[in-house]
Design a protein around this ligand. Structure first.
Ligand code: NAP
Length: 288
């Protein structure tokens, strides 16, 4: 359920990067009555964002954001810190900056020394499509939204971000950037690489007849398990690049578990395999 904002009814909110996340945020912030200013790289994206009603005004120049009270940085991960470096000469010191990047430690470390009113954030919502055409309404409803403030983050900046996040229907969590990155490596970044290697393994089938049959037979199970590994390559690479160590640790543990499953099957240890699958069946709901 979308709640009304109580910190300030109507705000001027900036969004930098009008893609899936930025465009979707624009829809929901506008529907809350805020005035939304959007900046994106391409003129065509800005035009589209205004046409579909995701933003009130859009331009390719950062100066459009000079009157925004809070700016959400929604560019690809690797551009978040460089874009903030460019943005800060256009905005007053009172402006709150937040970002939606899927990795937090390098972003918080990069922006905190540049901007006092910065609060890191990560909406745990999305899909495998990209760009303004993929933007959708109510994307964040009932989804976790992780806020990663530092010890010296001003409390009013955290409060305003929290109210906005609550108003778009998300469930707020707080943790340190480092803990965020370790946790998302398990449930978001590891699944991308596991799913990518599943698709890659299928592509390695050398018998053309079997390969063709597998394509014909693929149905809901393959759709579910291959979805996150066949999404936006740029996002997958940036997750690996910017959350490298946590992802490597998760992948090593995963390889250990995979080896365990292989040996149970080689040994025809159906009893242990059943126990493991039963445990998984019972435990999965704790994650969802
Ligand atoms: P996306 O659909 O590719 O959107 C990013 C947008 O940024 C592009 O549409 C592009 O707009 C714009 N952009 C690129 N370079 C720019 C620049 N130099 N200046 C201004 N705008 C620029 O990607 P996304 O999925 O929304 O991801 C955006 C951020 O959200 C990432 O940091 C990601 O980690 C985070 N995130 C993603 C998901 C997910 O599931 N996808 C979930 C949570 C968080 P143009 O069309 O103008 O080029």
């Amino acid at each position: 359920m979308i709640q009304p904002l109580i910190v300030k009814d109507k705000m001027k909110i900036g969004i930098l990067g009008l893609g899936l996340i930025g465009g979707s945020l624009g829809f929901d912030l506008k529907s809350q009555g805020h005035y939304v200013l959007g900046v994106s790289r391409r003129e065509s994206t800005c035009k589209k964002a205004m046409e579909i009603g995701s933003v009130d005004q859009a331009a390719t120049e950062l100066s459009l954001l000079s009157t925004a009270e809070i700016v959400f940085i929604c560019t690809p991960i690797g551009l978040i810190v460089p874009q903030v470096e460019k943005l800060i000469s256009h905005i007053p010191k009172t402006t709150i900056i937040t970002d939606v990047g899927s990795v937090k430690t390098p972003i918080v470390q990069g922006i905190s020394p540049l901007w006092k009113n910065f609060v890191g954030g990560h909406p745990m919502a999305g899909n495998t499509d990209v760009g303004i055409d993929a933007a959708q309404r109510n994307l964040f409803v009932d989804r976790p939204y992780v806020i990663t403030p530092a010890d010296n983050t001003p409390s009013h900046a955290i409060k305003i971000l929290e109210e906005i996040v609550r108003s778009i229907g998300s469930i707020i969590y707080h943790c340190s950037p480092e803990k965020h990155d370790r946790a998302v490596s398990w449930i978001s970044h590891l699944p991308v690489i596991v799913s990518a290697s599943l698709v890659a393994a299928c592509l390695d089938e050398s018998d053309t007849e079997i390969f063709q049959l597998a394509q014909n037979f693929a149905s809901s199970g393959f759709r579910d398990t291959s979805r996150v590994g066949a999404g936006n390559p740029e996002l997958g690479v940036m997750m690996a690049q910017y959350n490298r160590q946590a992802l490597i640790n998760s992948l090593h543990q995963y390889r250990h578990n995979l080896d365990h499953f292989i040996s149970l099957i080689e040994q025809e240890n159906w009893e242990m395999l059943t126990e493991q699958l039963k445990l998984n069946q019972q435990s999965r709901p704790r994650f969802l």
